[in-house]
Design a protein around this ligand. Structure first.
Ligand code: 13P
Ligand code: SF4
Length: 348
C-alpha cells in the first residue's frame, strides 16, 4: 500500500472518512504517536486512559488503535463483541512485551510457586505484555497495571497475598516498590534464563516482590549523567521522567509518572518554566510545539520504532478498509482470564 499524495491530501482524506463514518468510528491514539496522528484521533492518552476509552465507547462499530499491539489487544478484550478493533500496522509490537514469552512465564511461575506456595503470591502484570500473559495473570488471581496505577495495583495485591511476582518491567516494578517504601533487600530479580530465576530458594522465600528481568530499550537509554548535564546547563529546570527508567534516573529526577502525568506536569508548569523530559521523543516534540511559552527539552533523543510504524499512510489505508484489514482478534480462550485481570485494574 502506498499513496502517491502529499501529507495534506492524506489528512484531508482521513477527515472525509471520519466525517462519513461519524459515531461509528473511534480513533484512539497513544501519547507516543506523532502529533499529526494524535490530532486526527478522537481520544489521546496513556495506556490506562485508552483502555478505559475502549471499554466505554460501546456505540462505535470500529475502533482504530494508533499505538502498539498490546494496547490494541487490550482494547479488543475490553470492547463489545460486535465491535471491530484495527491497528494500522500489525507489526507494531513492543520490545518489552516480547521479553515475557508465555511458556517461560508459565515455567517460572511454577518454579516460584513450588518454593513459596500458590496461596502466597499474586502475579501483577504491566499492561505492556501479550494478551496470553494477561490471561495467565487473570487465571492466577492477578491484576494488570499501567504506570499510572502501579502503586494501587501493588497495594491491591498485598491485601490478598503476601508476595508479588511483577512482569515484565523490572524498572517500573522497582520504582513502584521504592515508592511504597519496600526495602531493597525484599526485592529480587528473576532472570528467566536460569533455574529459579538465578535465585536461591531462601532468597525467593524472603522476597516480598520478584521482578521479571524485562525492560524498555527506549527508557533504559537515559542515564543519571544526562540529568546532571542538563541541570548544569539549565539550573532552573525541572526534570520529569517515565517510571520505565532505571531507579537511579528516577531518583535523580524531580518527578516521575506515566505519559499522561508528564503531559499534566507540563500543562501545570508556569509560563517561562524549563522542563527536561525523559521519555519517547514524539511526546516531547508535541509538548514543545503545544507549549511555546515553556522551554520543553528532551533529556536525550529516544524514539520507539514500534510506535513510529503507525504512519498517516497506514492510517488512511486502515480507514479506507475499515472493518476489513489488520483486525485484532484475541482468541476467546485467552480473552476470559485477560479480561478478568484488566477489569480488576479498571475497578481500582
Ligand atoms: P503509558 O502507560 O505511560 O502511556 O506508557 C506506555 C508505554 O509503553 C511507555 O513506554
Ligand atoms: Fe514498548 Fe518501550 Fe515502545 Fe513503550 S516505549 S511501546 S515499552 S518499546
Amino acid at each position: 500500500m502506498h499513496y502517491d499524495i502529499n501529507e495534506k491530501e492524506i489528512i484531508k482524506r482521513i477527515k472525509t472518512i471520519k466525517k462519513k463514518l461519524g459515531k461509528e468510528l473511534v480513533i484512539l491514539t497513544h501519547h507516543y504517536q506523532r502529533k499529526e496522528i494524535v490530532y486526527l484521533g478522537d481520544y489521546g492518552g496513556d495506556s490506562f486512559a485508552l483502555s478505559r476509552q475502549a471499554a466505554m465507547n460501546n456505540d462505535a462499530r470500529f475502533i482504530v488503535f494508533c499505538g502498539v499491539n498490546f494496547m490494541a489487544e487490550s482494547a479488543e478484550i475490553l470492547s463489545q463483541p460486535n465491535q471491530i478493533v484495527q491497528i494500522p500496522d500489525l507489526d507494531a509490537g513492543c520490545w518489552m512485551a516480547n521479553m515475557a514469552d508465555i511458556s517461560i512465564v508459565d515455567e517460572s511461575w511454577e518454579q516460584a510457586v513450588s518454593v513459596i506456595g500458590e496461596d502466597k503470591i499474586t502475579p501483577v502484570v504491566y499492561m505492556n505484555a501479550d494478551a496470553v500473559v494477561k490471561d495467565f495473570c487473570g487465571k492466577n488471581g492477578g491484576i494488570i497495571c499501567t504506570s499510572s496505577n502501579a502503586p494501587e495495583a501493588l497495594k491491591w495485591s498485598f491485601k490478598r497475598r503476601e508476595k508479588i511476582f511483577f512482569f515484565p518491567d523490572k524498572h517500573l516494578g522497582r520504582n513502584t516498590a521504592n515508592r511504597l517504601g519496600i526495602p531493597p533487600e525484599e526485592v529480587i530479580i528473576w532472570n528467566p534464563e536460569t533455574p529459579f530465576g538465578g535465585n536461591t530458594k531462601e532468597a525467593i522465600k524472603k522476597a516480598k516482590i520478584i521482578l521479571w528481568e524485562g525492560y524498555c530499550l527506549v527508557h533504559t537509554r537515559f542515564q543519571v549523567e544526562d540529568i546532571l548535564k542538563m541541570r548544569n546547563k539549565f539550573p532552573d529546570a525541572k526534570v520529569v521522567v517515565h517510571p520505565e527508567c532505571p531507579q537511579e534516573v528516577v531518583g535523580a529526577a524531580d518527578d516521575a509518572g506515566s505519559t499522561s502525568f508528564i503531559v499534566n506536569y507540563v500543562d501545570q508548569a508556569p509560563a517561562g518554566a524549563t522542563i527536561v523530559i525523559g521519555t519517547e521523543i514524539n511526546l516531547i516534540d508535541r509538548l514543545a510545539f503545544e507549549y511555546p511559552e515553556k522551554k520543553i527539552l528532551a533529556l536525550k533523543h529516544s524514539l520507539c520504532p514500534n510506535m513510529s510504524k503507525i504512519t498517516l499512510q497506514k492510517l488512511l489505508w486502515s480507514l479506507e478498509n475499515v472493518g476489513k484489514v489488520n483486525i485484532i482478534k484475541v482468541p476467546y480462550k485467552i480473552k476470559k482470564g485477560a479480561k478478568k485481570a484488566l477489569d480488576r485494574m479498571l475497578t481500582l
